[in-house]
Design a protein around this ligand. Sequence first.
Ligand SMILES: Nc1ncnc2c1ncn2[C@@H]1O[C@H](COP(=O)(O)OP(=O)(O)O)[C@@H](O)[C@H]1O
Ligand SMILES: [Mg+2]
Length: 352
Amino acid sequence: MAQVAEADVLQALSAVMDPDLHRDIVSLGFVKDVRICGGHIAFKVELTTPACPVKDLLRDQAHAQVAALEGVEKVEIEMTAQVRAPEREGPLAPGIAHVIAVASGKGGVGKSTVACNLAVALAQSGARVGLLDADIYGPSIPMMMGTSGEQPAFENQKIVPVERHGVHLMSIGFFLEADKAVVWRGPMIGKALQQFLGDVEWGTLDYLVVDLPPGTGDAPMSLAQLMQLTGVVVVMTPQDVAREIANKSILMFRQLEQSTGKPIPILGVVENMSGYILPSGEEVSIFGKGGGKRAAEELGVPFLGSVPIDPAICEAGDIGIPAILTAGESVYSRAFSHIAGQVAARISTLTR
Ligand SMILES: Nc1ncnc2c1ncn2[C@@H]1O[C@H](COP(=O)(O)OP(=O)(O)O)[C@@H](O)[C@H]1O
Ligand SMILES: [Mg+2]
C-alpha cells in the first residue's frame, strides 16, 4: 500500500481556499503539525479568528481532500485559532489585539444591544473579549450585561474589569451614583477614555468592543486619537433618516482618519430593528425591505447583516442577559452570530 507523505497531504490541502482571504490554507500558513501514522493522518488548521464564519466549511473541505488520497484511512483535524494582532504603537493597553468601535449617529438604534451581543458572540466562539462602555452620557452596558451595582476591584493600582457572560467589562456606570446626571465637558471625556484604556487591567484580549455614545462628538475623536482602531461597526435602523445619520457617522470617521493620520476602516453597517418576524416565520418589513443593504452600498461600505425587531431582545437587555444567550435557535440569535462572524472575518482580511 502506498505510504502517504506530508508533501501529498499539503498538496491536497492547497486546494482548500479561504473565501475571505482568497488564498489556500497551506500558503496562508494555517496547516500545522501534520502527523502521519500509516493511513492515519492528523493535523491542525489554525484560523485567524475563532469566530470564522467558514470554519465548518474549511474543516469539511480539508477532510474531503485528504481522505481522497490513496492510502488514507482516517483523517483527524483539530480546528484552532490565533488572532493576529497588527503592529501598534503607543503605551495604552498593549495586550489588546483589535479595537472595534460600535457607533451610530443617534441614540436608540440599538448600538449597545449590538455591542453586547457582538462581544458575547465573539467570546462564545472562544475569543478573549472585552467590552468598554464609552457612552458616558448614558452607560447601559452594566444593565444589559447584568452587572448593575457591581464595583470593579483595584489591584496593583489598576482597575480590574468586571467579568460577565465570558466578557471583561468596563463602564463609567460602575463609578456613577444611580440616577445622577453628569455634565461632561470635552476634555473630561478624553481623560475618562484614557483612564479606561490605560488604568484598566485588560490583560490579553483578541477583541475590545467599544460602545460609543451616539453622535459625532468628543468620544469618537478622543478614542481615535488615543489608539489605533481596527475598525468601526455602524448601527442603523431602516428609515431614510437613519441612513442620513449613518452617513454622517461614516463621514466623521473618514474625517478623523485624515486628522489623526491613522486608518479607520469602516468594518460595515448593521441594520437593527429591520422587520418583525411573525410566528409563522414570515417577516413583516415595517420600513421597507433591504434598506440597510442598499444604504451600505450607497455608502460604499460592507453590509454586515440585519437584526429583526423582537420584544425578546428588549427583555433580554432589561434582565441583563444578552439576547444571544437567552435564545435557542432564533432568527435574531443567528443574526447576531452571523454579524460577529462577518466582523471577525473582515478584521482577519485587514490584518493579513
Ligand atoms: N432588534 C431589537 N428588537 C427589539 N428591541 C430592541 C432591538 N434592538 C434594541 N432594542 C431595544 O431598544 C432600546 C434601545 O437600544 P439600545 O441598544 O440601548 O440603543 P442605543 O445604544 O443605540 O441607544 C433598548 O431598550 C433595547 O433593548
Ligand atoms: Mg447605548
